[in-house]
Design a protein around this ligand. Structure first.
Ligand code: SAM
Length: 291
């Protein structure tokens, strides 16, 4: 049994992956020909992955990729299967184990797994080393004051950064219902400013929010109709069998529980609310050749 401390972000990701039985930890790309239902989640996620990979140079040119926040390693394994050389950065110990297991399917593979945050990446040892840096729904977790300078160090001149993630829109903190129901994301305006002040040049910037947001309705349905009843049943059991401990735990965790109740079970997590507060972007930037 693992004894490493697990933080709440990792808990959410691992539980999501285990309960939904998916290989990827991103929302997927719900293009108009994919019907919105649980059976099609894998198909939508694969579409998203294909979009990421479509930005890469062809693998025949010995393309070296760093998958930053590589989740379960599913995208990494697809890169390897297509002939890319891929390393991964993963700060979550539980997920790192999944990645290691997945890579066993590639005997002789020399991929490195950096079990650290990107902020702690040993950039000095990997200067001008990568052709591609990938952030698949992981850019939001890393302060841009760290990520952008690190990218300029580890990319080869002419190398690219592919970012697929959501950002906060101008509506952030407008105080309307649902305003606080989705955490995460850098402010989009701050991103453009930070990029402008970095050595990277923007080549592609697509707003794909409406192709990602359908997944929010699916997840909300899952939370309201599966997770909520289960948590209420467990709460009832604990309250009726261990009233004192239940009372004490509720008192101590009141703030956290109220936040979770608002965020996950208030019914505000809809595609419409997501589209107001988040902008999901597919972005490709390049480090100039003459850098
Ligand atoms: C939403 S998941 C996406 C996982 C994967 N890229 C995918 O698309 O399936 C976010 C990932 O970012 C990682 N992460 C969180 N903070 C990070 C950091 N500071 N540096 C690098 N990765 C981070 C998490 O461990 C997780 O693997």
């Amino acid at each position: 049994m693992a004894t490493e401390k697990m933080d709440s972000k990792e808990l959410g990701l691992v539980l999501g992956q285990q309960i939904l039985g998916v290989d990827d930890l991103h929302y997927g790309l719900w293009e108009s020909d994919i019907e919105l239902n649980y059976h099609n989640v894998t198909q939508a996620q694969q579409r998203y992955t294909e979009k990421l990979l479509s930005a890469f140079p062809p693998p025949e040119q010995s393309v070296r990729v760093l998958d930053i926040g590589c989740g379960t390693g599913h995208i990494m394994s697809q890169m390897l299967a297509r002939g890319y050389l891929a390393d991964g950065v993963i700060p979550a110990a539980g997920l790192s184990k999944l990645v290691q297991q997945r890579l066993q399917a590639f005997p002789g593979n020399t991929s490195k797994i950096f079990e650290c945050t990107f902020e702690e990446f040993p950039a000095d040892a990997y200067r001008a080393y990568y052709d591609v840096a990938l952030f698949s729904e992981s850019f939001q977790y890393i302060p841009m004051k760290d990520s952008l300078p690190l990218l300029a160090q580890i990319l080869k001149p002419g190398g690219i950064v592919v970012i697929c993630d959501f950002f906060k829109t101008e509506h952030h903190k407008d105080g309307l219902p649902g305003d606080r129901s989705f955490g995460g994301g850098h402010r989009l305006t701050n991103f453009y400013e930070a990029l402008h002040n970095s050595q990277l040049q923007l080549e592609i910037d697509q707003d794909i929010t409406k192709q990602v947001s359908p997944n929010i309705d699916l997840l909300n349905d899952f939370l309201m109709h599966k997770v909520k009843p289960v948590s209420e049943t467990l709460g009832h059991y604990l309250q009726s069998n261990y009233p004192k401990s239940y009372w004490l735990a509720s008192k101590l965790l009141r703030k956290k529980l109220d936040r979770m109740q608002y965020k996950y079970f208030s019914g505000y997590r809809s595609a419409e609310v997501f589209e107001r507060y988040k902008s999901y972007r597919f972005i490709v930037c390049r480090l100039p050749k003459n850098n």
